[in-house]
Design a protein around this ligand. Structure first.
Ligand SMILES: *[C@@H]1O[C@H](CO)[C@@H](O)[C@H](O)[C@H]1NC(C)=O
Ligand SMILES: *[C@@H]1O[C@H](CO)[C@@H](O)[C@H](O)[C@H]1NC(C)=O
Length: 508
């Protein structure tokens, strides 16, 4: 079979091609280093991210994109400093996304004055415009070197000019009355939830905690520290709810009206302003460091190609919502269509003896199945972004909970919706099995959109856009309030760098 050739090392494949009678078909399966496409923010020095990344799309000699993997690691990437200075770079081999494209990730552990050289090779040959020269200075994640021009920074990140979710969230809040919030928020929300009260002043972070459950401030602290190292934020004062549930249940026609609390999850019944979840945030900050199932590595671990997946729906998870138990019931009645299991009981312990406990399986192995069932947990299921990045079809329970990016995804186009009570689950699985090409198209469209929406640069854009819109609406000056403490940047060797942007500002 023609496919077999792709499993061979490129050198041997080329040799075999040379021996084959030269037909269009044979030449069409050969990678063209000149025609292969390379793009992404990781090729631009000014885009500082915890992990920089870019993409390689394999293109054949006929100018056509590969749509399946052209084989094991055809491309090698070398990243080095332009000068002789020692620079630690963590750069694993490009991730094969199994669709003809590769995702290259690299993490810098130091900054470089001169710049970076990125060489992308196919065998001995340079690919596309390789070598790419990133003119210095190129800063690493922990270098405290904010761009003083907020608009310039957003433009360099290619941030969208607006986001539908942000506009919608703020439409209820033409003004942000800091004095009203200072009076109300600690009393209304403080004791029973976890609210962090932050003030950003002159790009320094101050905060105090309100309420009992505030440990998750570590996630908001790390994001704010990361942002303020990259860009000079406007002065603003806000309240972040670090609990699971959104909290502002007042409607906008009520008196007194709702206040703009920032939360990690939204719901139809509440008016909180959503930010990306702590999980997505932490995953982005710690990619190639402290986490393994992050939003980039998942893209290279999406299981077999569509045609080789088991054509069943799949679910594993904890018992954080009764619907998940119903899923196991349905699975027992239709084992040929659905494999669903609860891996840990906490809320419905008494059900364990009836429903049984399923063994935990690695997340990457979920993608051995064609259809993935997404059912809420306590709130929106935080696995949804990861599932969307895979190449299975997502069957998503309709839900009043949402994360910041859901608004861009449409049922029937990017995933298949399930009734909240799951009563149409079996019908939808049967539909998918009977309409395999359509199901595959939806899976692919969902994946493509998720790749765009969930990329690290977009995360930074989203935070900055929310903060900007909030800051513009404040009706009085933010202040450092009683009980607030400074959240400091790390000062150890990992942050060592010389910042030219700061110098420029000092010289003015
Ligand atoms: C080939 O891949 C690139 C990168 O994903 C894409 O922009 C382009 O539209 C593709 N070309 C075709 C003909 O599909
Ligand atoms: C699961 O099935 C059992 C037995 O038919 C039933 O008693 C139980 O209520 C069902 N549980 C759910 C969550 O539907």
């Amino acid at each position: 079979m023609a496919n077999r050739r792709w499993e061979l090392p490129p050198g041997i494949a080329l040799l075999m091609l040379a021996l084959l009678p030269g037909g269009e078909g044979a030449r069409g399966n050969e990678i063209s280093p000149e025609k292969t496409l390379v793009w992404g923010v990781g090729l631009r020095s000014e885009v500082v991210l915890p992990v920089r990344y870019f993409f390689i799309q394999a293109v054949n000699t006929a100018g056509e994109n590969f749509t399946l993997s052209p084989g094991k690691n055809p491309f090698t990437v070398k990243i080095s400093s332009l000068s002789s200075e020692h620079l630690r770079v963590h750069a694993p081999a490009p991730l094969d996304r199994n669709d003809g494209s590769y995702l290259m990730r690299y993490r810098l552990y130091g900054s470089t004055e001169e710049g970076l050289k990125i060489e992308i090779l196919y065998g001995e040959k340079h690919v596309a415009q390789s070598p790419y020269i990133l003119k210095g200075p190129v800063y690493h994640e922990y270098c405290d070197c904010p761009d003083v021009d907020f608009a310039h920074w957003q433009a360099s990140m290619s941030c969208p000019s607006e986001d539908l979710q942000i506009s919608r969230d703020f439409s209820v809040f033409p003004h942000v009355d800091l004095k009203q919030m200072l009076r109300e928020v600690p009393v209304r929300f403080g004791p029973r939830t976890g609210i962090i009260h932050y003030t950003i002043l002159n790009n320094k972070i101050y905060r105090r905690t309100l309420g009992k459950y505030t440990d998750f401030k570590m996630f908001s602290d790390e994001m704010l520290l990361s942002l303020t190292r990259k860009v000079h934020l406007p002065d603003f004062e806000f309240y972040l709810n670090v609990g699971d549930w959104p909290v502002e249940s007042r409607q906008f026609n009520e008196t007194p009206g709702p206040v703009p609390i920032l939360s990690w999850c939204g719901s139809a019944a509440t008016r909180d302003i959503v930010l990306p979840t702590y999980d997505v945030t932490h995953s982005t900050l710690e990619t190639l460091r402290g986490v393994s199932n992050d939003l980039l590595s998942i893209q290279g671990n999406t299981g077999p190609a569509w045609g080789s997946k088991t054509d069943k729906a799949f679910f594993r998870g904890r018992d954080s919502r009764e619907d998940r138990l119903r899923l196991v019931n349905i699975s027992k009645e239709h084992p040929e269509l659905l494999d669903a299991g609860i891996t840990g009981y906490f809320f419905f312990k008494e059900k364990e003896k009836d429903l049984g406990k399923a063994s935990v399986i690695g997340f990457f192995d979920f993608f051995k199945y064609k259809y993935q069932v997404n059912v809420d947990g306590t709130v929106a299921a935080y696995r949804f972004p990861y599932l969307m990045l895979g190449n299975s079809l997502i069957l998503k329970q309709e839900s009043s909970y949402y994360e910041n990016f859901y608004i861009h995804l449409k049922a029937g186009k990017h995933y298949v919706a399930l009734r909240e009570d799951l009563s149409d689950l079996i019908e939808k699985i049967k539909w998918a099995k009977q309409n395999d090409a359509k199901a595959q198209t939806i899976a692919r469209e969902g994946q493509v959109s998720a790749r765009e929406l969930l990329q690290p640069s977009r995360l930074y854009c989203y935070y900055s856009m929310v903060f900007q819109m909030y800051a513009e609406r404040q009706t009085s000056k933010p202040e450092i309030r009683q009980g607030m403490e400074l959240v400091q940047q790390p000062t150890d060797y990992s942050s060592f760098c010389s910042c030219h942007r700061k110098n420029e500002r000092d010289e003015l």
